[in-house]
Design a protein around this ligand. Structure first.
Ligand code: ATP
Ligand code: PAF
Ligand code: BAL
Length: 282
């Protein structure tokens, strides 16, 4: 695997790959786990060459968030990517991504409102901006993102449509189902912040979400069911709930009852991290 840190070297390396087949991009912020590696494997099923990026993007972190503490472990990550047969790692520094005088922002309205957009003002502007740059830098044939960050995926798809970002196929932005630990907790780099007790309690999140979904499918009213879900999380040791909401899976618009295409979205804090999860109401 080749690692490049400048745009010039990236262009050269990608052009060479493109000469012998299709290219898939898998953007990440590093601290790679099996969720990320599943994205690499899915990408390899669809494309001849996989390009991964690792960039801890300052523009998507709020002023009181964990930008400085975010785990950075390039050597371990590189070994994992090598093991998956990734052809190229794009690992720019902040100055390569946002050189002096950088002034452009991409803001996607609608799907960015509510959920994580409400709790993390400016977060999705930062995500849309860096992903648009990554698309322009690598010019991949397709790209892969995790459904764990469902709203992020919706924002990226909206941006790609709105800005006519050219991909050879309309469905070139692939979503990959959430990869979970044995007890159901969605894998996330931030799970590393949990103490052993918090980690055990964190497994209540997917379990309680499944119970809430079963009640909704059983015909119970949504609002009291979500209230019970919140009580269960607080009872298990979660410190606070940012949201528990039912939304349309495609538009991410708020729903007050199951419409047949609903997803349950939850964000809650336990210990240092804020955990997110989402599941189909099906
Ligand atoms: N458990 C998972 N299953 C599937 N995809 C995932 C999972 N966790 C992360 N991803 C995807 O990997 C890509 C890179 O995510 P990122 O580097 O932010 O990892 P993360 O584990 O989500 O980290 P964080 O703790 O910051 O949320 C994103 O497309 C994200 O949706
Ligand atoms: C898509 C992404 C790599 C953009 O920085 C990030 O938001 C992430 O890791 O999900
Ligand atoms: N996985 C989404 C990146 C973030 O939380 O900033």
């Amino acid at each position: 695997m080749q690692t490049v840190t400048t745009i010039v070297n990236l262009r050269e390396a990608v052009d060479e790959l493109r000469g012998s087949g299709s290219v898939a991009l898998v953007p990440t912020m590093g601290a790679l786990h099996d969720g990320h590696l599943t994205l690499m494997r899915e990408a390899a099923k669809h494309a001849d060459h996989v390009v991964a990026s690792i960039f801890v993007n300052p523009r998507q972190f709020g002023p009181n968030e964990d930008l400085d503490a975010y785990p950075r472990q390039l050597a371990e990550d590189s070994a994992k990517l090598e093991g998956e047969g990734v052809a190229l790692l794009w690992h720019p520094g902040v100055e390569a991504m946002y050189p002096d005088g950088y002034s452009t922002n991409i803001s996607v309205s609608g799907v960015s409102a509510g959920l994580c957009g409400a709790d993390r003002p400016g977060h999705f502007d930062g995500v849309a901006t860096v992903v648009c740059k990554l698309f322009n830098q690598v010019r991949p044939d397709m790209a892969f993102f995790g459904e764990k960050d469902w709203q992020q995926l919706a924002v990226i798809r909206r941006m790609a449509r709105d800005l006519d970002l050219s991909f050879p196929q309309v469905d070139a932005i692939h979503g990959v189902p959430t990869v979970r630990e044995a007890d159901g907790l969605a894998m996330s780099s931030r799970n590393a912040y949990l103490s052993p007790e918090e980690r055990e309690a964190a497994a209540t999140l997917p379990r309680a979400m499944k119970e809430a979904i079963a009640r909704i499918l059983d015909g119970q009213e949504v609002t009291p069911t979500l209230g019970m879900l919140e009580d269960e999380l607080l009872g298990a040791g979660f410190a606070s709930i940012d949201y528990t909401e039912l939304r349309d899976a495609d538009s991410v618009a708020l729903l007050d009852e199951d419409n047949g295409n609903a997803r349950l979205f939850v964000a809650a804090r336990i210990g240092k991290p804020r955990l997110i999860d989402n599941m189909a109401v099906a």
